[in-house]
Design a protein around this ligand. Structure first.
Ligand code: ADP
Ligand code: ZN
Length: 205
């Protein structure tokens, strides 16, 4: 953002696939605000417990302390009125209320920085990030590197057979892929998985 006068708030969205550097970029922006002695509050949803509970940790091990919220409205409950900058990571795990919460914060004069996935494992828009993009003043779309061919990657490739929208990523569950290498259909189950499913069905019958 260039010239901002008075205590006007605004919304910045940092989106892209997994491994594109969203958390790193969020941490970088929040650190700079802290260096400028601004009051910063950082939130992340409970669902993502990949690395640490009370921190945002990037894949490159950059970290910053964060408050955990189980519902979007908790952001407002936990808000210190003196806070000038609000950072939110993993927005795709928060409900659609995040759009009105972010708007409210920006209307109160706060700089809101939201990071999250813009597409899901099938390449579809992953709410609420697309809606946040439309109400934001600034949108940064980051790309990862395709692990197959080295091209810029906009997709999060799921490597397991689950068709659930949310499968929280353990190592090896997801990788970054470009549009050419992306395989939007869930991979076929392995022989072992097929046997397990067959066994389960037998015990049910
Ligand atoms: P995101 O929050 O978008 O998942 P992170 O900020 O946690 O991304 O991690 C970005 C870091 O991940 C990069 O700086 C790099 O060190 C590492 N990384 C691992 N795999 C890849 C990849 N395929 N493409 C780009 N960066 C990768
Ligand atoms: Zn590729």
């Amino acid at each position: 953002m260039d010239i901002v006068k008075g205590n006007m708030g605004w919304i910045e969205v940092v989106c892209g696939p997994m491994f594109s550097g969203k958390s790193e970029e969020l941490i970088r922006r929040l650190r700079r605000a802290q260096i400028a002695r601004q009051r910063v509050q950082i939130f992340k949803p409970t669902l993502d417990q990949r690395y640490s509970n009370a921190e945002i940790v990037s894949h490159s091990e950059a970290r910053i302390p964060a408050d955990i919220v189980s519902r979007t409205s908790e952001i407002l409950d936990k808000l210190d009125p003196r806070t000038e900058v609000v950072g939110i990571d993993e927005a795709q795990f928060l409900s659609g209320d995040l759009v009105s919460v972010a708007q409210k914060l920006a209307d109160m004069g706060k700089r809101v920085i939201v990071a999250g996935l813009d597409t899901d494992f099938l390449g579809r828009p992953f709410e609420p990030v697309p809606q946040l993009m439309t109400v934001a003043e600034e949108v940064t779309k980051l790309l990862a590197i395709c692990v197959r061919c080295g091209n810029p990657a906009k997709h999060t490739q799921r490597l397991t057979t689950s068709e659930e929208l949310i499968v929280v990523g353990a190592r090896g569950t997801y990788e970054a892929r470009c549009r050419r290498c992306f395989e939007p259909v869930a991979p076929q189950p392995t022989l072992f998985e097929k046997q397990k499913t067959a066994e389960k069905q037998k015990t049910k019958a």
